[in-house]
Write a protein that binds this ligand. Structure first.
Ligand code: G3P
Ligand code: MG
Length: 337
């Protein structure tokens, strides 16, 4: 069992320095650990520097992610309290939408994640696959069915879907894009409205990750949730004539950096930091977010990833020596390789 508070040695001591580590492209790439990452964590623990992980990834619970990462890095004691996933700040939305129906978008495990946040999955928080299962012909192509109950959104008395919560990029873009745009359009049958320049957007949209590309196992960065949102924005604009109104979470947005600081303070049992180092591989998410967050945040760019532009992608290991400073990305940014 990794989630033992006593094993989080970093939690036991105050420190005026805190470290926030990105995951993909910094400590792991795809299914393999990045050389040097484990040693870096050991060093942080030895020095009793409080640290947490902040990733724009997600798709599973904080506890699962902590356990998986601990196993991959062969580093015991990473606990869920040290894990900020892209959708972790969605947790309070469960209360806000307790009595209102929402659409959950994400991977197969998203139902489990949303349930852990307190959403009433299957009834008030529904998946597109439930709608396709229960609403005749809404999506004309055959798809595998789902275990959750079927929902006919056009049946009398069905509550309107008031928000779309994009937890994670879905595997089946075509199905999700069709159902989401129908929800945004509204009307009866669902999707009947929403054509024309004056079209209203009938549901709020929340997205947890704006990464267009990210460093997965393949040597070339892969499309991320930001690419899915981009496709949704284009489709909605073309269909309705109006830009999509969207509330963004995840790095580089302030909401995520505030959540990270809060988590780090809990781990450190102190809110007094002289510096908080954000160590990332993505200039657009990790570096930009930390630089905009201001003091005490400092950004450090490693070149093991490559998701955000030319600064990454060298394949060199984390933990290298600082060899130069650059103004790129702001006064706080340093490059390591
Ligand atoms: O989906 C994962 C991704 O967009 C980036 O993850 O850990 O580099 O923030 P990370
Ligand atoms: Mg990264």
């Amino acid at each position: 069992q990794l989630a033992q508070p006593l094993m989080c040695k970093c939690m036991q001591r105050r420190n005026r320095i805190g470290v926030v580590l990105d995951i993909d492209g910094v400590v792991k790439q795809g299914k393999r650990a990045i050389p040097g990452a484990r040693e870096a964590l050991i060093r942080l623990r030895e020095e009793r520097v409080p640290f947490i992980f902040m990733t724009n990834g997600g798709g599973n619970t904080e506890a699962q992610k902590a356990a998986e990462l601990g196993e991959l890095l062969e580093f015991e004691g990473i606990c869920s309290e040290q894990m900020l996933l892209s959708h972790t700040p969605f947790r309070p939305l469960a209360e806000r939408f307790r009595q209102r129906r929402v659409l959950l978008v994400g991977s197969a495990e998203t139902a489990q994640v949303a349930r852990s946040y307190g959403f009433a999955v299957g009834t008030m928080a529904v998946r597109s696959t439930q709608i396709v299962k229960g609403t005749e012909d809404i999506f004309p192509w055959p798809r595998a069915t789902c275990d959750l109950p079927a929902i006919n959104v056009n049946a009398p008395g069905e509550p309107p879907i008031e928000a779309v919560l994009i937890f994670y990029e879905p595997a089946d873009w075509a199905l999700e894009l069709q159902v989401i745009t129908d929800v945004l359009a509204g009307g009866h049958p669902l999707g009947a409205e929403g054509a024309g320049a004056a079209a209203l957007q009938r549901a709020e949209v929340y997205s947890s990750n704006s990464d267009f590309l990210w460093q997965a196992g393949y040597p070339v960065p892969r499309f991320g949730n930001g690419a899915f949102v981009c496709a949704l924005q284009e489709l909605w604009l073309k269909r309705s004539g109006s830009p999509l109104q969207i509330q963004e979470y995840g790095k580089p947005y302030a909401v995520q950096f505030q959540a990270a600081r809060q988590l780090l303070s809990q781990v450190a049992k102190s809110n007094e930091f002289e510096q908080i180092y954000m160590i990332g591989d993505n200039p657009k998410a990790d570096v930009r977010g930390a630089n905009f967050a201001g003091d005490p945040w400092r950004s450090m760019l490693v070149c093991t990833g490559g998701a955000g532009g030319a600064a990454g992608g060298s394949g060199r290991p984390f933990g290298g020596v600082e060899r130069r400073k650059t103004k790129r990305g702001g006064k706080n940014m340093r490059m390591f390789w």
